[in-house]
Design a protein around this ligand. Sequence first.
Ligand code: SF4
Length: 318
Amino acid sequence: MINDILARFDAGETLSKADLCALLQIPVGSEDYYCLLAAANGYSRRAFSGKGLIFGQLGLDAQPCRINCKFCSLAKDAMNGKPVQICGLEDTMRRAKELAEAGAEDVFLMTTAEFSPELFLEYGKAVHAVLPETVRLVANVSDFDLAYAHKLREAGFTGVYHICRLGEGIDTSVVPEVRIRTLDAVRDAGLELYYCVEPIGPEHTNEQLADEMIRPRDYPVGVMAVMKRIAVPGTPLAARGEISAARLAQICATATLAMRPQRAMCVHEPDELCLMAGANQLYAECGTNPRDTCAETRNGRGFSVEDAKAMLKKTEWN
Ligand code: SF4
């Protein structure tokens, strides 16, 4: 079965949802499991010419976020009286520049849904002005319409990280239709869309995972990703636990074959096994982080650019 699927992938065929579900149900550690990882690894080493990539993400604020996602440390219920924190403009410019100078090829500015959209455009313009021309500037913000997507572009953003999350509308307070409207706005404004299957928890079915691997086919997506859900203490979903590294690698490999990403395949958070299963790109992070209870994620979960470089080197990505 898997040999047939992998042969059709090699022949250039687009894999179906049934194919993806078959790959996702392979028992971890079986011979087929390693064949799947090898196929994704082989694809990515060829497609990306052995080159590893590092992106940098800067979280701008910690405010009780109205979207109230059940896995997020910045959600209204999880914040529960913790101090509000907003990175100033000068600090944002300095930190974004530092990320780029350290080697981040794309720099992401991330906010909660409480951050003013107009102020965010001002931040974007200021950061764009200090970044080298070769560095892409990417927005990771709440939902918006086409008019705002154009404003992001005018401010200097080249792309947007946006997704329809697993459990959207159940574990978050945003329905999938709103996410899809934003995804369409990103595409229609000519911004690059960065997509991810996230946040993956033990309860998600193979069908749910496959749906989110297929959804980005409706858009031009050059950078695909997978991310497991972190069991953040104090969040409602922490009790459900986390998927294993072995399972994440299987999902990473399957998503790679599903999307054939042309520019990069990311695993979030950094993970060596996934770098041998299709991933070639990691994030360095600083500032606030929905997956961290530490106010400055560089002192907590966040990798530095140097940490990311070291992991890429260990797995023999250039
Ligand atoms: S994940 Fe984002 S949208 Fe959801 S509560 Fe956290 S900051 Fe808000």
